[in-house]
Write a protein that binds this ligand. Structure first.
Ligand code: ADP
Ligand code: MG
Length: 291
């Protein structure tokens, strides 16, 4: 029930709806909720929304924004998705701040961010690996194969920092529910800087499309601008498909440059998988140190 929460403040307006900071009255826990208007959705879309939100509920990982609950308020046709509050803000904000101060983000910090996003993505992309059709060796509690989850809308604004400097991926899977799959045709989401060549070609979105977007994010942390920029969607599409971008600034190592370029391969099968990223020396070293 909506009454179990008290609204503390507005955080922002996103492409899906309003985000507000809230307090859970039972234990004073600070959380956020995202308000989605389902008034214009068809019956089928509504069912899809509910089933996607159920998947999110099962997704528990230190590098993924934790979902707590959902409330359906029929009286005003809203669904509230309640999740963990990330007080450190998102990466878009950090990039903006750094640029404004004519500063840069240290390479070590960029590797830490890459490591943590990789761990979060790993949890989702790997889900179906032991569950190819005909292989039911790893069913979940309900007897179904755990479904692979793709993010579909990775961008600096969807990567958060909590109070302890941990990196968390937010908005998992919501893009599909909210019909943002055809991002390019969708004008309200802003410029689709992070969209992969296969999305432009209207080919199938796969986990390697998430890797492309991750490449764009890591590039932007270093360069303070996305790898592909243009004044309008059409010329952006041309640039993305041409695939030419400047090297990240010279202060960053060849090692980092190589990973970024690998993730930005035009052909999705040439890009690293989450396993490849986990095995990078700079990533595996940091995973070990964290433990
Ligand atoms: P977008 O559609 O651009 O992804 P969102 O609706 O996800 O926007 O977010 C709107 C605003 O709320 C952004 O400023 C974002 O940083 C903030 N926000 C979203 N989720 C959280 C969260 N879990 N904790 C703190 N801030 C959040
Ligand atoms: Mg978001």
């Amino acid at each position: 029930m909506v009454e179990q929460y008290e609204i503390i403040s507005d955080i922002g307006n996103g492409s899906f709806g309003k985000v507000q900071k809230i307090r859970r009255k039972t234990d004073d826990k600070i959380l956020v909720w995202k308000e989605l208007n389902y008034g214009k959705m068809s019956e089928k879309e509504k069912q899809q929304l509910v089933s996607e939100v159920n998947i999110l509920r099962d997704l528990k990982h230190p590098n993924i924004v934790q979902y707590y609950d959902r409330i359906i308020d029929k009286s005003n046709q809203r669904i509230y998705i309640i999740m963990e509050y990330c007080e450190g803000g998102d990466l878009a904000l950090i990039i903006r701040k750094t640029r404004k101060q004519s500063d840069h983000i240290a390479e070590d910090v960029i590797w830490k961010i890459l490591m943590q996003i990789t761990l979060g993505l790993y949890q989702c992309h790997r889900r179906q690996l032991n569950n190819q059709p005909g292989n039911d060796s790893n069913p979940n509690a309900s007897g179904e194969a755990p479904q692979k989850i793709l993010h579909r809308d990775l961008k600096p604004g969807n990567i958060f920092l909590d109070g302890n400097g941990n990196v968390k991926i937010g908005d998992f899977g919501l893009a599909r529910v909210m019909n943002h799959d055809s991002q390019f045709a969708y004008t309200h989401v802003g410029t689709p800087y992070y969209m992969s060549p296969e999305q432009i070609n209207e080919s199938k979105y796969n986990e390697q499309s998430d890797i492309w977007s991750l490449g764009c994010i890591i590039y932007e942390l270093a360069a303070q601008h996305p790898p592909f920029q243009a004044q309008n969607h059409l010329s952006l599409a041309v640039k993305i498909k041409t695939g030419k971008f400047e090297r990240i600034p010279a202060r960053y190592s060849e090692e980092l440059n190589r990973v970024v370029s690998w993730m930005l391969c035009q052909n999705s099968i040439e890009r690293p998988t989450v396993d490849d990223l986990m095995n990078l020396p700079q990533v595996s070293l940091r995973i070990r140190e964290k433990k």
